[in-house]
Design a protein around this ligand. Sequence first.
Ligand code: AMP
Ligand code: MG
Length: 335
Amino acid sequence: MSMTEILEGPEAIVAAVARLGLGEPIAFPTETVYGLGADAMDADAVERVFALKGRPASNPLIVHVSGASMAEDLVDQWTDDANKLSEAFWPGALTLVLNKSELVPDVVTAGGSTVALRCPAHPIALGLIEAYGKPIVGPSANPSGWISPTTADHVARGFDGHDLLILDGGSCRAGIESTVLDLTSDRPTILRPGIISHLQIGRVLDQDIQIVEPPSGGIAKSPGLLGAHYQPSIPAMLKATEELNHADDGVYLIAWSLKSPENSKQSTTLPHDPVGYARGLYNALHQAELSECSTIWIERPPEFDDTHPTDNTPIWHAIRERLSRICQTSPSSNP
Ligand code: AMP
Ligand code: MG
């Protein structure tokens, strides 16, 4: 009978490298979320990743590299901006979209002429890429449409009954997916917000960075920006703080401002600061799915003043963007 296997330590990397060489997907931790890895140069292996996830062939994958020198071979031109940003933020949670070289199989980029590249800041992810010696695709290690995994157990739950090796790196430090920055348009454009903000990127490039607003019904430039991408298996709703007291037994609460409810089978209280909130959000949603509850109520995140941004403001923006996909109501009365 096939089943998932969770391994840690140096022998886990050796086992994972062997599987990658055979064209088999493996799961690995990064600082953002867990990824489903396969040899990015092996079109058949990459197709197995799409099949295992049930991911539409139209949604391209991020290629994970051990550094800028590995990235340079995969692009038509390693631009000055790419160079500056990789020096400033790699290894880290910034994905750069550039025009691809002929080396990158079409299946990776969903037939497109651009490729998304990232060097992850996680010792196991970097150790794996270095040991394998080649770039590895790494979409989030969840069946398509599920909440992204931030622990090895989340991955195992998603692929129960599959013969999948999962490298265990504990809980992911960032907890939400990377910032995706398109460097192929006239101006650098954020396609997906993340912990690394347009302000930080703008300071490095010395220019204003555009942020794409998720389309309402239109075709997204980044296909992962499709609305239903992150919906949990039970409906989630945003609620004002005052409303939380009205939750009945069927409701799983995800709060941030309250001393109680304490974390329990029926609730999770996330930290006040957006870094801690992002780190814990997906685990809270996984816990809610495992509970007996039929609905999730998420306390509306704090309002912030866009005209006087602090370093925390863009992280709340990234969280709100995820909540807008997770929930069936708008994350803000003041978007
Ligand atoms: P995931 O790996 O599940 O976090 O999703 C990867 C994200 O990167 C999705 O939103 C993709 O649409 C996006 N992405 C990957 N490659 C490209 C590309 N070449 N151009 C634009 N977006 C991309
Ligand atoms: Mg994903």
